[in-house]
Design a binder for this molecule. Sequence first.
Ligand code: PMP
Length: 325
Amino acid sequence: IVWTKDQGWHDAEVIPYGPIPMDPASSVLHYGQEIFEGLKAYRRPDGSIVTFRPEANAQRLNDSARRLALPEIPEELFVRAIHELVSIDADWVPTREDQSLYLRPFMIADESFLGVRSAERARFLVIASPAGPYFSGGVKPVSIWLSQDLARAGHGGTGAAKCGGNYAASLLPQQEAAENGCQQVLFTDTQTEDTIDELGGMNLFLVRTDGTLITPALNGNILSGITRRSLIELAKDRGLRVEERAVTVSEWREGVADGTISEAFACGTAAVITPIGSLKSSDFTIDFGDAAPGELTMSLREELTGIQFGLREDTHGWLDVIVPA
Ligand code: PMP
């Protein structure tokens, strides 16, 4: 779908996957005026196909659009695009329970000019790709690397938006994590270097031994994860306490040392819920050892994936049926 300042959104079409024409002076190629989303289509045991809270992705895309000076897209247009693509690609939605069809809606500024200003032409596209588990080897605790020098987001920046530039900034620390034997990188607030923001592509939760969940509050630097939001609701349904507030690495270290923090997990559309086995930095290691994966982590994971794959009742009305049984 194309957007121009004069005409708004127009010319929606579904085309076979392949290269798209792009002018070398397109503003996205120079100034990174780009935003994206990620969601999945799941197949339920009765054969029907659903997505999970697509309107939340539409709203977040529009939050990102405002920050990146891109046009907002009407929610129904976003959801309709998902429906059309998934209906056409229905045969590509896997039948296995740990697999899905990953959907990548994105918007790029594609007016051609070299001056620095927001573009007056943009395109919204969605691509689909069958996806297996994010981390290979099933649900295994992952190691996290604490990035101490390299920031992903700063106050007033684009940390709360889902834009390509954030991920560009996270690639080098992610590489550093891999060099240190870790699968993900943890970003902290650049001023204190102690207050936790999030991981490269996931939000973080700590679990206290008394069942309380602690997760960094939305502070303008972190992405408002839809998985994060959903887990907070599921935990509250169980009567658990959820604290959304500033959380520090020190609190994590002390809590593990004195036995009050028993589990940690990462969550996101791609990673679902992934237990954290250890947090490493150049100075220290926090290790859950045989305690990971934790019981609450796995039971929340089971509940969320149960809803998504149609094995549990969708009491919150989160599923959007695209292809009925
Ligand atoms: N933080 C970042 C930086 C991410 O890329 C993602 C994945 N979209 C998340 C958190 C989790 O968000 P969600 O649960 O909506 O996938």
